[in-house]
Design a protein around this ligand. Sequence first.
Ligand code: SAH
Length: 359
Amino acid sequence: MPDLYAVIDKLEKNRQLEKQEFVFLLDHTTDSLAQYAFEKARKTAVRSFGNKIYIRGLIEVSNYCKNDCYYCGIRRSNSCAQRYRLSQADILECCRKGYDLGFRTFVLQGGEDPWFLDGVLSDIIGAIKQRHPDCAVTLSLGERSRESYQRLFDAGADRYLLRHETADSLHYSRLHPKELTLESRKQCLQWLREIGFQTGTGFMVGSPWQSHENLADDLLFIGELSPAMIGIGPFIPHHATAFADKPPGSLEQTLFLIALLRLMLPNALLPATTALGTIHPRGRELGILAGANVVMPNLSPRRVRKKYLLYDNKIADGEEAAEGIENLRRRMTDIGYEIVIDRGDYRLETKLDWSERGQ
Ligand code: SAH
């Protein structure tokens, strides 16, 4: 049996592993192995970003959704969900507040709401960019046509987040109705990247029926795609879905995977996600100590926050809310990190890469 620690060393050195090596790590993860990976991942993140943490203001623009993903609380067939949609004025107000709090990236996320036609979104993006030219606009609005993505890019959107959810098509088909396929998800990711978006992807950890092989495939897929951003978080059941009784993903496994991703992609933007903060009160801090470098506080208007319920008990107040930024800042300082006022764009080359190459 190869030495587990040596496999981590190999990942750090080569930034990639064979599938069986990832499976081996996942099959035999121990506390001390995880600590070993966290330390290396942390050092890698600090080499790329110093002790800086980037913040993104998350604006949940709509919980209407035409899709019916089995895991998701805002799926079409959840008739208990109280639906809402933000207007352009609402969204601009969120950005104004966020700007004053130091946010320089706004993430517009929502269900696949057909009301947000390209023209409607382009107007919103244009208005944000006009008022806040020094800010980045990130979209996370699901699958659209290539032409649509192009129009949103031309309107000024900088980034797009679209998790692949799972890189195994059979597993994908157990989490989604048949009109949704891994193939079209991947096609969208390819378009986004070709168009020029800083593209993010990611997956849920511990989603029903997920195996270590599946997770290894997720890591290999991400290694190949080499996205600018990778968002991962534990699956958490929602009471009004078919997966209500499924167990949640584990904190430990999510943290371990964050560390592996950091070792694979030293310059990637890796958020300590809301789901991570939901399953553990110090989830976000632990994520950063495992190699994450981004947090995404909620900038949505208070009145809608509880309605964007992707899973049960989703945190929405306290440090999670943008108004809690001072608290969050303190929590980051307590673990040796500093929240910065910066767009936090993806850079292929870090300063260190330059000096390492002797330029
Ligand atoms: N409609 C957009 C945004 C989806 S919400 C899209 O399709 O990309 C953002 C992410 O929340 C999803 O990609 C999914 O990975 C995650 N999510 C949804 N339901 C969840 C649950 N029950 N537990 C944990 N994460 C969940």
